[in-house]
Ligand binder design. Sequence first.
Ligand code: NTF
Length: 814
Amino acid sequence: MTEITAPKSPVTADQFADEIREQLKYTQNVTPEQATAADVYVAASKAVRNHLADAWFKTQADTVNGNTKAVGYFSAEFLMGKQLENALLNAGLTDQFDSAVEALGFQPKDIIDAEYEPGLGNGGLGRLAACFIDSLASLGVPAFGYGIQYKYGIFKQTFDENGKQVETPDYWLNNEEPWGHIDYNRDQKVSFGGEVVEENGKKVWKPAWSVRAVPVDYLVPGYKSQRVNTLRLWTAKSYDEFDLLAFNRSEYMDAVKPQVKAENISKILYPEDSTKVGKELRLEQQYFFVSASLHDAIRVFYPGQDKPDLTTFPNKITFQLNDTHPVIGIPELMRILIDEYDYDWDTAWDITVKTFNYTCHTLLPEALEVWPASLIGELLPRHLEIIEKINEQFEDELKGKGVADETIERMRIYTGDSVRMAYLATYGGSHVNGVAALHSQLLKDMTLKDFSDVYPAKFTNVTNGVTPRRFVKLANPGLSDLITEGLGTDKWLSDLELLEGLAPLAKDDEFVKKFAAVKAANKHAFVGFAKDHYGLDIDENTMFNTMVKRLHEYKRQSLKILAVISKYAAIKNGTVSADDILPRTVFFGAKAAPGYYLAKMTIQLINNVSKVVNNDPDVKGKLAVHMLPNYNIEMAQNLIPATELDEQISQAGKEASGTGNMKFALNGALTVGTLDGANVEIRERVGAENFFLFGMTVDEVEKLYADGYDPAKYYEADPRLKQAIDLVANGTFSNGDRNAYAPLVADWLTKDWFMTLADFSAYADIQAEIEKLYRDPLEWNRKALLNVANSGFFSSDRSIEDYLERIWHTGPLA
Ligand code: NTF
């Protein structure tokens, strides 16, 4: 047995430089003179990884041998962002790295920037998973992230000459990727199709085809915890590499077909975000990673045992289902227990329910996955049988509880035609949680009301959070230093509520001025970033106003662009005098799902408003608009610290939580927002006087739907709105072409499901309040500082502590 040693002690800068040289020589095979920044990046990454190896082994051993239950976070997405800088921070090697690469003749920043960002997620849901595994490791909780190593991540976004979004594949694995270790020796077989037969009174699944799931392991180092957890992302390989017979007949295409079919499973990340589409490949992906992960967890916790006692499984690990994507894991664990390990139904059910929990991330009922039963039957016939039986048991249970027939009808997991994954997850697990207080409440009152009536104890809330290591320390070193100065300690990085200690400093004008200087420096830095990356010339003496997130009608980028257009018109018409104009630069960043027509049209509109406004001498120095291409983690880390005003303007009751809102508040931006998602809690904590609230509440929205909503009424009522929409309709932003945005205009005037028009006046009105405050820099910055001081709650460490207490019932390793 190998002795598990303590983590490697920190090295000096000289030693670390030698380690990088060694990697350059023996793994990169270049001399330090030949090395490029990309070579040094790979070499340094491997050197850091080596430093983490001992702590990783020790964490694994303690996880298996100790008696602390582990967490398995099942997620179809992990949007990690660049790894090197974070790994250096958590390994305590940042300073050594800086000196070492300088000794090698490079700038540290060039080496950090040489990393290609992995984009294995769509947006908030995937980034949340990444923050959570960072916090789990930092808190010392034994955990595995389980997901898929997609060959192509979220598409790269560019814009064509007409301002339309163009999606190109993201070939992230075309570059050497030093972080993931592919472990061919710990593979799992995952099967599909075929039929179920009876043999000796037992159901036996005879699948038609199988793929080889091979794990790629990423190290997840904790911050100052000496713990390193594992992110295990599966990649699909074929068992029949090559059909030799076909090849001999020169049928090249046919020869590689089986390989292509198998490897397609992990080929692409679905670029949808919240509108779910029923795609066979997507179900294959879901089953693929969940089946491999469940078998992997059994392998890890019962090493070498043919007949393990799996009644102890729920004491070893608890699985969190990140949205409905991994919910097929519930019937899969039942199948494993019954078919592979001979447990009876009731024992299997007891183990399964104890093992799983489900997080719901949406409020749009149409975004909850529903699979056609025929598809499940074809792809996973044994699972469909199990789901039917779960549903029967469920209906019996409901009858036993005296639930009315029509309610039972509404609650069915399996309708005969389809399977409702959210219902399966709610019944088949111990806890269900929403991701912000309002969202969890609305889940109970609306989306999952029937379930909450019958199983109230299952429901709980865990408000989302973000990791302060990446989103404050790495993204905003200037603010981090100031916080440390203000608090006299850097302990806030692992205990973010310590930020409260900054609140008294908001009364100290000198400190507030230092805080303002940090923001100004971040704006300056972003101007450089935007010049380098997009060739833009940005005026740093304007207010930086940002709206970054996926493009969705409910998020209401439309509301923002209409307000921008209205402001543009006011300047052009001379409705506002030059002295009254507060110069602003408005930044948008947003990807639209490739098939989402109105979302893509909104992007095109923003781009063309940007062209017109930015080239109009009448508004020069007063208003500029930029649609920044390819919003990703790197851009977030650069833009958020430079932002002064953040937009969180979704229709109340539609944004489950939002996590960008937390990142902005923690980086000293003020928010203009609706009472939606986590905005509600942010406002409560930072204080109503430090938050620009506008718009309808959930109740007002519901009432307006019920009364019958007519957007045209609002168009007629507010001349600012009318003018803005007319400018879109009359071709001002389409070279005179009145048809270019006709579908968008028609939607606004006749449908406007998310009530953009109804909230326009309130939104336009609050701008005066925002601008008034901005003209008083000391007051603005005082409020921004109070946002930082009071946002410590929104650390993902706190979210994880809530999960530990309310759902997982486990804790750090001893
Ligand atoms: C997203 N959900 C929500 O839309 C965000 O409000 C939330 O912050 C994140 O989840 C993280 O909880 C989804 O992407 C999905 F898929 F559920 F619609």
